[in-house]
Design a protein around this ligand. Structure first.
Ligand code: ATP
Ligand code: MG
Ligand code: MG
Ligand code: MG
Length: 570
């Protein structure tokens, strides 16, 4: 490929909302272009990277014996009614009507579609197991699309769905998928951890997440430095013994307020906290508080004037099951129920809300700012304060962990696998005949990889102040042959010769043959785009020498004879 043939509009302009390096550099490097909130076009360079990641995912899934298929992106709402998720998925599910007033959904995930595909087509245990996957667009109307490709509304996911006649067989496939995912992230050249996770809205029993380690990760994960044990914060909290201690020390509104306002600020100063938008964490904390007889003051619940308002509000905090707490239960726990819209909360009530959801909650509840009593609005601070130093692996868990002192780190959720069980097959009446001729619901697993999120995750883990540094497997081109002055025929010809030779050696190569751009500008593009190597054809050409620049090794340079370039870069 030649620069002069390729559309790669690099720019010095950083989008005003781009706080993360991957967002900034992918836009500036001409990989992606934003078309709307959470909507991105992949320009040619971005498409090459996306396809490389996609190809690795496909290869590993195929090797694991999964079958590639393709579900329609638009799904009838009736599927979602059948599974019950049209009411539980909340506002992330984007619905619309066609000209005949029939209702549809833009798929945020495809359990329903695949159950529909398999239902009545696999009728016997003899045709099980099977694992079906596709790499397809998803749409989730995220409350806060942000961070570029990291949290888009439309994004590319690899999602797989497996069907089994027994739980043991599901566990076998689940483990196979775990190994397959590890291979994918290893091949991509990423540092990652596999962690125990909660199943969230997808449902089911066992689940594991795959986190690419990066300071900018939205998730806090707990890892053991001495073994492979890891858990996301939601899963880790279930294992925590010392949870009550925090509440014991903070069981009055005043002390709680102190912790939330003062202590946390100190923690904030010393730690590099990042926002975490997992309302489940508030849920875990607050549920505990609500039910804890000794700690009365903390109330976190959202109530609207009517059921719809309540649902909207609770969807906003992803805390649906909190609505199920009845007033009687609250009263039994010594708490005064409060209402949103407008709030009618007793003085001293502490509302802890993720600042990122503040507006949504406010809007959903029809409340304005004076109705809030936000003592602290940054969930990550609350969460980290609650869990800091408190997480220990329980005795009995030393089957999963060697007992080392657990550490916190930040991760980007790049994959998630679930043992679903019969949740969807039962709801959608999808059955097979077992060995005894008895109809049984399929036992299912599902397995997701955020393919487009991975494009950003690679850069979050591999960049410097100048731009992207692609890993070898993800680089759009391995080598950029920079012709310093392409107006000079000898330089251009030497560059083209090297370019052809590298290509014939199977090394993916691009040549910067632009005549109008100066060397410094070309070098800037090389650094911003992040090709692993540059071969600079310039002044030393008269001595038969060129320079190889290693972007992955802080731009270190070596001089080398022209005819040794291909051997060196192979
Ligand atoms: P998150 O916690 O980040 O919202 P999730 O748990 O809702 O993600 P899953 O339902 O587990 O996501 O989907 C599987 C994978 O799809 C995730 O592990 C992630 O890599 C990717 N993914 C999910 N939401 C998005 C998004 N909005 N933009 C890009 N990728 C996403
Ligand atoms: Mg999500
Ligand atoms: Mg998640
Ligand atoms: Mg997930």
């Amino acid at each position: 490929m030649k620069f002069t043939n390729m559309f790669m509009p690099t720019t010095k302009e950083t989008p005003s909302d781009a706080t993360l390096p991957s967002h900034q550099f992918l836009v500036r490097g001409g990989f992606i272009s934003q078309s709307g909130a959470g909507l991105y076009d992949f320009m040619p360079l971005g498409k090459i990277v996306l396809d490389k990641i996609r190809a690795i995912v496909k290869e590993e899934m195929d090797n694991a014996g999964a079958n590639e298929m393709l579900c329609s992106f638009v799904t009838p709402q009736s599927f979602w009614d059948e599974s019950g998720r049209s009411s539980t998925m909340g506002n992330e599910l984007l619905r619309f009507k066609d000209r005949k007033n029939a209702e549809y959904v833009l798929s945020p995930t495809n359990e329903e579609s695949v159950v529909n595909m398999v239902k009545n087509r696999i009728t016997s245990y003899k045709n099980l197991p099977v694992n079906l996957y596709h790499i397809n667009l998803k749409f989730r109307d995220e409350a806060r699309p942000r961070f570029g490709l990291m949290r888009g509304r439309e994004f590319l996911m690899k999602d797989a769905y497996s069907f089994h006649s027994s739980q043991e067989d599901l566990v076998r496939e689940f483990n196979l998928m775990e190994e397959t995912y590890k291979r994918v992230y290893q091949r991509l050249g990423l540092e990652f951890r596999v962690v125990e996770a909660d199943s969230g809205a997808i449902g089911g029993s066992g689940s594991k997440e795959f986190h690419v380690l990066a300071n900018s990760g939205e998730d806090t994960i707990v890892v053991c430095p001495d073994c492979e044990y890891g858990a996301n914060i939601e899963a880790a909290v279930r294992k925590k013994r010392h949870f009550d201690a925090w509440f014991e020390n903070t069981n009055t509104p005043a002390s709680m307020e102190k912790v939330l306002t003062e202590d946390l600020k100190t923690i904030e100063e010393v730690s590099n906290f990042l926002s975490v938008s997992k309302a489940q964490n508030i849920k875990a904390v607050m549920k505990k508080a609500i039910y804890d007889e000794d700690s009365k003051p903390v109330i976190f619940f959202v109530r609207g004037d009517d059921e719809l308002e309540e649902t909207k509000a609770c969807n906003a905090v992803d805390a649906l099951d909190l609505v199920d707490i009845t007033e009687d239960e609250l009263k039994d726990a010594g708490l005064t129920p409060g209402y949103c819209g407008p709030f009618n909360l007793p003085q001293g009530t502490i509302f802890v809300i993720d600042s990122e959801l503040e507006n949504e909650i406010g809007l959903a509840c029809g409340a304005n700012e004076e109705h809030y009593h936000f003592v602290n609005t940054d969930l990550s601070l609350v969460k980290d304060a609650v869990y800091k130093d408190l997480i220990t692996v329980q005795e009995g868990d030393s089957c999963t962990c060697c007992g080392g002192k657990l550490e916190y780190t930040k991760g980007i959720e790049a994959g998630h696998i679930f043992q679903l069980g019969t949740k969807y097959s039962e709801a959608m009446d999808a059955k097979f005949l077992d060995e005894n001729g008895k109809a049984q619901p399929f036992i299912m697993g599902c397995y997701g990889i955020g393919v487009s999120r991975l494009v950003a995750a690679v850069i979050e883990q591999n960049h410097d102040e100048k731009g992207c540094i692609w890993t070898k497997e993800t680089a759009p081109f391995m080598v950029d042959v920079i012709v310093s002055n392409a107006k000079k025929e000898d330089e251009l010809n030497a560059g083209l010769k090297i370019y052809e030779e590298l290509k014939s050696n199977g090394i993916s190569t691009i040549i910067d043959d632009r005549t109008k751009e100066r060397f410094g500008f070309k070098m800037g593009d090389f650094e911003l785009i992040g090709f692993p190597y540059a071969v600079v054809v310039g002044k030393k050409l008269q001595d038969g020498l060129v320079e190889i620049v290693d972007r992955r090794d802080t731009g270190s340079k070596i001089e080398i004879a022209i005819d040794e370039v291909a051997t060196k870069l192979k």
